[in-house]
Design a protein around this ligand. Structure first.
Ligand SMILES: C[S@@+](CC[C@H](N)C(=O)[O-])C[C@H]1O[C@@H](n2cnc3c(N)ncnc32)[C@H](O)[C@@H]1O
Length: 196
């Protein structure tokens, strides 16, 4: 069964705000600062498309959000967001100047290398992989730990594998397109910047 975290974007939004606390906005702003005005952007596993609504729309980017969760997609479409139902394991990623995947790569372990190569193949300029490097499911704050644990099931089985800073960096370094990383305030997620 899909985790309650994914039942509706409003629930998801509330829980993410609790999970990331004071650093909630920083996780989106750090990405938006890397995207120029008028760029073509595809975001896979876009969730509630908060990045677009609050940070990219004002930059006049040509945005496409893609997510497997029909509730998120329907809600986004009702709000005039260009977002479509999509399975990253099976469907073709549209070619785009900028491709973004945030807080989602761990869900595809052990297929994560396949996913990154697939995203790189559709990237014209820059791929941004934003990934948690702290497992909040192990937090001493029980509310945070609970949300983190149950935000790991978008519809199939519970996803328990996560990266830490060392394993994520070692993974990034395998790719010749990997250029650098950018820290996000709070230290919970790290942005990997890959250039074509
Ligand atoms: C932890 S959420 C991250 C959402 C958003 N990127 C964020 O950072 O708030 C993971 C997202 O991946 C989506 N997802 C899971 N498996 C997917 C798949 N095979 N194809 C596309 N999206 C998928 C889920 O529906 C969910 O919206």
């Amino acid at each position: 069964m899909t985790s309650p975290v994914y039942w509706h974007p409003a629930i998801y939004h509330r829980l993410m705000k609790i999970l990331y606390g004071n650093y909630f906005e920083a996780r989106y702003k750090s990405i938006a600062d890397l995207i120029p005005d008028y760029a073509t952007v595809t975001e896979v596993c876009a969730g509630d498309a908060y990045l677009f609504k609050n940070y990219l729309k004002i930059k006049n980017v040509k945005y496409t959000g893609l997510d497997i969760n029909s509730s998120f997609v329907k809600h986004g479409q009702k709000n005039n967001i260009q977002i479509f139902e999509f399975d990253l394991l099976k469907d073709e990623v549209p070619v785009s100047d900028y491709i973004i995947i945030q807080a989602s790569l761990y869900q595809f372990i052990p297929e994560h290398e396949f996913i990154v190569r697939k995203l790189l193949a559709s990237t014209k300029k820059t791929l941004l992989i934003v990934e948690p490097i702290r497992n909040l499911a192990l937090s001493s704050n029980r509310v945070v730990a609970f949300i983190a644990k149950y935000s790991a099931n978008p519809g199939e089985n519970h996803k328990i594998h996560r990266f830490n800073r060392e394993t994520l960096m070692a993974f990034f370094r395998q790719f010749e397109e990997f250029e650098s990383t950018k820290e996000i305030e709070g230290g919970r997620e790290l942005i990997g910047i890959f250039r074509k």
